[in-house]
Structure formats: structure tokens, C-alpha cells
Write a protein that binds this ligand. Structure first.
Ligand code: ADP
Ligand code: MG
Length: 342
């Protein structure tokens, strides 16, 4: 009898690792392959960055509360985020869509309005794609291409012991936005006459439905001569991403709970759900902020940007991956990041 292994036993990252374990690169021009936010390719002496992401209805988005225009915008932005996470500048995207006959021309036009709004805002060109039908639901796959000055790309695997661990913006908001929308959806399904009560939650809902990629941070790095030693974007939750940097750089880390940036509106939203705001920042996904490490000597440059927070530092691998709570207790950081297979 042939063996059958459930995908759930591996998890998303275990699966990717398993499927890609036998890849042999045939071309010297493949500079960075699987395992980072984007691949880096050498095209006749110019370095080009490529990344692709898929969004599936019912898994990544729910059209009950996701306006199609926002969805179009977000599907581009999340891909650009991976390009910025390499310290690169996106230049082109391609867009593949598959949709069932439930979708009208007007619906797809709305989706494209959002796609083009993102292309305008980030000054990238939509240069192609593919269109298909699907039996059920809406599937979106975007590929983003970018450029980076020679050898200025930043991987996940090159953090150094003693480096500062930093993030942009604030965390946990998108997860709470999702929690509100899911709650209102349930209420609506049970009693359609009830009006949604989302007043006061604009910030967190905006974080979910209309994320932005941190172009400004990459520009700040360039203008102030900062070169992160490692970087990635935060799509799955801070703890899971920190563990990626630690594992791929073969280091440990210390993270201070009190340093994790959380917006006041996010904090208040968490309390409404009886959730710990820190847990939302650590495990909630889809913030699309940048997580990076820099040498301590760069600290002075960093403090000039109030959008950046130092949240910890990198240690020797045998020190483990630790979080120090506000109360002074030390725990292991565990990956409870959002998992598409959960
Ligand atoms: P991100 O969250 O930054 O989009 P992912 O977690 O999706 O990154 O993917 C991690 C790495 O694995 C990336 O380098 C990606 O290109 C690669 N990858 C993901 N799925 C596959 C696949 N099916 N085949 C080959 N490489 C993959
Ligand atoms: Mg990424």
C-alpha cells in the first residue's frame, strides 16, 4: 500500500521545505532562491528581485466584508511588501485571476480599480497576467518584480549576533480588524436586520482591508545610509517571523514585550475581545510591517524615524529565542503565527 502523509502534519513551512529540498540551482544567475521574501536574479549584471503570492477566496479573504476595490489594492500591496522586504524597489507586477460565474464584469472592474490604484500609488506597472474561470470562488495570484542596487539586497539569513532587532509601524491591528469583521458577519448571519457596529474600529479595520507596503522605510534606509543586516516583512505574525530570522541566521534573540509597538486603537480593540494586545501583535497576521536587524552602531540613525522601534537584539544560538515580559518573566518565543492550513 502506498503511504499517505497528511499535509497538516507538516504545516505550511514544513511543506515548503519538504517540496523544495531537492532543488538544485542550474544557473549562476539565480543568486537567491527559495526561502526568502523574494528571489534575486542576476540579469546581465543587473540584480532583479521576484516574488509571488496567492490570495484565495474563503482562505485569505471573505467577500462578505471585503470590498473588491480594497481586495485589488491589497493583492498588489502584499506582493510589493515582499519586494521592499528585500530592500528593493518594485517596478512591475503581473496579475493572474480565476473566478466563477458568480462574478460580473462590474465586480471585476471594481477589483481592477483597486489594482490600478495600488500601481499608481507605488509607481509600478501592471505588465501582464492570465485570466481563467474557476469552479468556485475567486483566486488571485500576483507576481512582483523589482530592482536593487548591486548586492544591496537584504536576506533573512544574515543577521549578526548583537544586532538590534527592529520593526516598522505598529502590530496586531489587522488581526483585530479581522476579529471585528468576523464578529459582525456572524451577527449579520444570525439577525440580518442588525446594523453593523464598527464605529470606532476604523483604524484596525483599515489595517486589514487596506494595508500599505513600507516603501517609506526603504527610502529612509537609502537616504540615511542604513543597511539592515537581515530583513523580512511581517505577514504571519511577529513571533513566527522572528523565528524565521533566528533560524535562517542561526542565532537566538531577546525580545522585550514592552518595546513591541501597538497602536492605542489596537490595544482598545483587543480589550473589547478580552485579548492580550501583545498576543495579537505576536500571533496576528497581515500587518505587512518590516522586521529587520541592524548593527548597534547604526542605532543613532534609526532613532530619527519615529516609525521605527527597537524591540530586542540578536544573541548566540544557544541562548534560545526569548521574550521578556513587562513583569520581568522570560519565556520561549513560539510560533503561533497565522497558518493557512490551520
Ligand atoms: P512570504 O510569506 O514572504 O510570501 P512564503 O512563506 O509564502 O513567503 O514562502 C517562503 C519561501 O518559500 C519563499 O521564498 C517562497 O518563494 C517559497 N515557496 C513558497 N511556496 C513554494 C512552492 N510551492 N514552491 C517553491 N517555493 C515556494
Ligand atoms: Mg514576506
Amino acid at each position: 500500500m502506498s503511504e499517505r502523509t497528511e499535509i497538516n502534519d507538516l504545516g505550511e513551512f514544513g511543506l515548503i521545505e519538504h517540496l523544495t529540498r531537492n532543488i538544485e540551482l542550474h544557473n549562476a544567475s539565480s543568486i537567491v532562491g527559495v526561502g526568502d521574501d523574494a528571489a534575486v536574479i542576476d540579469l546581465l549584471g543587473r540584480q532583479v528581485v521576484v516574488s509571488t503570492d496567492m490570495l484565495v477566496e474563503g482562505v485569505h479573504f471573505d467577500l462578505m466584508y471585503t470590498p473588491l476595490k480594497h481586495l485589488g489594492y491589497k493583492s498588489v500591496v502584499v506582493n510589493l511588501s515582499d519586494i521592499y522586504a528585500m530592500n528593493a524597489t518594485p517596478t512591475q507586477v503581473t496579475m493572474n485571476i480565476a473566478f466563477s460565474n458568480r462574478f460580473s464584469l462590474e465586480a471585476l472592474e471594481e477589483f481592477y480599480e483597486g489594482v490600478l490604484a495600488a500601481c499608481d500609488k507605488y509607481e509600478v506597472d501592471l505588465v501582464g497576467g492570465d485570466t481563467s474561470t474557476s469552479q468556485k470562488g475567486f483566486i488571485i495570484s500576483v507576481t512582483a518584480i523589482g530592482e536593487v542596487a548591486e548586492n544591496k539586497f537584504v536576506k533573512r539569513s544574515t543577521a549578526q549576533q548583537g544586532d538590534l532587532l527592529c520593526v516598522s509601524g505598529d502590530l496586531g491591528g489587522a488581526f483585530l480588524g479581522l476579529s471585528f469583521l468576523e464578529r459582525e458577519k456572524k451577527i449579520f448571519q444570525e439577525s440580518p436586520q442588525v446594523q453593523p457596529d464598527l464605529e470606532g474600529e476604523k483604524y484596525v479595520i483599515g489595517r486589514l482591508l487596506k494595508p500599505e507596503a513600507r516603501k517609506d522605510i526603504i527610502e529612509f534606509f537609502s537616504a540615511s545610509g542604513i543597511m539592515p543586516s537581515a530583513m523580512m516583512d511581517i505577514s504571519d505574525g511577529l513571533s513566527s517571523e522572528i523565528l524565521h530570522i533566528c533560524r535562517q541566521s542561526n542565532l537566538g534573540c531577546v525580545l522585550y514585550e514592552e518595546k513591541i509597538p501597538i497602536h492605542n486603537d489596537t490595544r482598545n480593540a483587543a480589550y473589547k475581545f478580552d485579548l492580550d494586545p501583545t498576543a495579537c501583535a505576536l500571533s496576528g497576521g497581515e500587518d505587512y510591517e518590516l522586521l529587520f536587524t541592524i548593527p548597534q552602531s547604526e542605532h543613532e540613525k534609526l532613532v530619527l524615524n519615529e516609525q521605527l522601534s527597537v524591540i530586542g537584539y540578536m544573541t548566540a544560538p544557544e541562548k534560545g529565542k526569548k521574550i521578556i515580559t513587562k513583569g520581568g518573566n522570560t519565556f520561549d518565543i513560539t510560533a503561533q503565527g497565522w497558518n493557512a492550513f490551520a
